[in-house]
Each structure stands twice: as structure tokens, then as C-alpha cells.
Design a protein around this ligand. Structure first.
Ligand code: 15L
Length: 260
């Protein structure tokens, strides 16, 4: 049987990592973004729409078996933008999934939902919200929406508190927080396919030698990391004073004031 995965924010960095890695002969990837999705393949469908458009999202959800919600602004931004794209956009995704009868949503949350927690070792799976930015507040809101849509409507919802998901660690902090391109695909695959997860919040991180964040909850989904940022440890990577202070590193340390 062919399965359809709707991926929001598919033209973004993580979307680009996932497309080749989630491709399966029995799977259609339905790729939604406001930006251009480059070179769609045979088993890829493109939907040009904003995550804030409920009608478009509901139409895109029809016939899908799961939604992987990556769409949104990927770092700190003015409040009204975060509110519209990241908070309202995430509500729209859950509501569209419910309306269209999609049983599962995998939500790309972030370490910045809990970024003002001290960077202790180990950091457990069940950290309560402590956002370090408006961006992090939106991730907390997304996790809360996931909890509501699970409890109220029975959707399976897996929230991934993603670390630094990029081709190679850009700084010293990422030697601990890196989530490799192959590992993010392994994690999303586990979250999409595990039987009846209910509502879960797990860390999204590779099994780095310097990792502080627990992988116990992610392992319960069936995720097994195969990568370790330590292979990049010999490089002269920039560091900052916030790495060892807060889970969210410089997002917590650098002050942002709302313009105006
Ligand atoms: C995130 O959530 C951001 O989207 C990304 O740009 C990185 O800053 C990452 O967290 C991180 O914490 O390294």
C-alpha cells in the first residue's frame, strides 16, 4: 500500500535533508512550502502554500497518513512574525490534520523550547518548558497544541526537540548538540512509523560523545543514531560563553529586544 507523507517547510534545510532519505518505493512525499521546492522527483508532489492557510493545508492533508511539520521561521524574529507563521501556522497544521482525518503529526520542536534550563549533564527527556526566545515560545505552543490534539482528538503526536541539524557542526556547542542529516531522517522515520506513540516529546540529537541530552525517549520510538560529531572535534570551531551555561546556548545568552 502506498503511504503519503505531507512535509511542511519542505524547501528548507531539514526538508532538503529528508527528501532523499525518506523516499521509499511505496511512499509519496507531498512537499508543501511557500518557497520553491526544487526538482521534484517521481514520487514527490509539490504544494505551494503557506502554513497559515487553513484551507490549503486541509486540502494538502487529504489522503495523507502523517504530517511532518517543519515549516516556519527557524530562529528568533519579531513577535508578530513568530505569532503568525510559527504559532498560528502550527495551529493550522494540527487543525488541518484533524479536519482531513490524518492520524499522526510529527512536529519539529526545538531545544529552544527549553533553552533557558541550565546545561547540566545529563539533561533528562522530560524537561518542562523554559523557552529562550519568542521562537522557543512558539515551539512550546506547538508542543502544547500537540498535547491538546492528542488528548482531545486522539491524534498521535511526536514532538522532536531538535538540536543543531546541519551538514557539519558550525561551532563548539554543536559537538554536543549536532543532529546529523542521516540521523534526522532516522528519527523522523521512527516517529512516522512507530506503532501508536500517543503524545511524545523526545530529543533530536545524534549520539555525540559530548551529548548531554537524553536519548532514552527517542530510543523508545525505535531511533538509533549512527553518527557522532566527535569526528569534527579536531577543527578550530568557534565557541561562546553560553554553551556551558544554557541548553539553548547563545539563543539564551544573547539578548533580543522587540523592535519599536
Ligand atoms: C534551532 O532550533 C534553530 O532552528 C537552528 O538554527 C539552530 O540554531 C539550532 O536550533 C541550535 O540550537 O543549534
Amino acid at each position: 500500500m502506498t503511504h503519503t507523507l505531507l512535509v511542511t517547510g519542505a524547501a528548507g534545510r531539514i526538508g532538503g535533508m529528508l527528501r532523499p532519505r525518506l523516499a521509499r518505493p511505496d511512499r509519496i512525499l507531498r512537499l508543501l512550502d511557500v518557497a520553491t521546492v526544487e526538482d521534484p522527483g517521481e514520487r514527490e508532489e509539490v504544494v505551494t502554500a503557506s502554513v497559515t492557510d487553513l484551507d490549503a493545508l486541509t486540502a494538502a492533508c487529504r489522503g495523507a497518513d502523517a504530517v511532518v511539520h517543519l515549516g516556519g521561521i527557524s530562529s528568533e524574529a519579531p513577535w508578530h512574525e513568530i505569532l503568525d507563521v510559527n504559532i498560528h501556522g502550527t495551529f493550522t497544521v494540527f487543525e488541518a490534520a484533524r479536519r482531513a482525518g490524518v492520524p499522526r503529526v510529527v512536529f519539529a520542536s526545538s531545544n529552544h523550547a527549553v533553552g533557558f534550563h541550565p546545561a547540566v549533564d545529563p539533561v533528562p527527556d522530560d524537561l518542562p518548558p523554559r523557552p529562550d526566545t519568542f521562537y522557543g515560545v512558539a515551539k512550546v505552543a506547538g508542543e502544547a497544541l500537540g498535547s491538546l490534539y492528542h488528548d482531545r482528538y486522539g491524534l498521535d503526536v511526536v514532538c522532536l526537540r531538535i538540536g543543531t541539524c546541519i551538514e557539519e557542526p558550525p561551532d563548539a556547542r554543536a559537538l554536543a548538540t549536532w543532529l546529523s542529516p542521516d540521523d534526522v531522517a532516522r528519527l523522523v522515520e521512527a516517529a512516522v512509523t512507530v506503532r501508536s506513540p500517543g503524545f511524545r516529546v523526545v530529543w533530536g540529537v545524534s549520539d555525540n560523545t559530548r551529548r548531554r541530552w537524553s536519548l532514552t525517549a527517542a530510543a523508545e520510538l525505535g531511533y538509533r543514531s549512527a553518527d557522532d560529531a566527535e569526528v569534527f572535534a579536531g577543527r578550530d570551531l568557534p565557541t561562546d560563553p553560553w554553551t556551558d551555561a544554557f541548553v539553548g546556548g547563545s539563543f539564551a545568552g544573547s539578548r533580543y529586544d522587540e523592535p519599536g
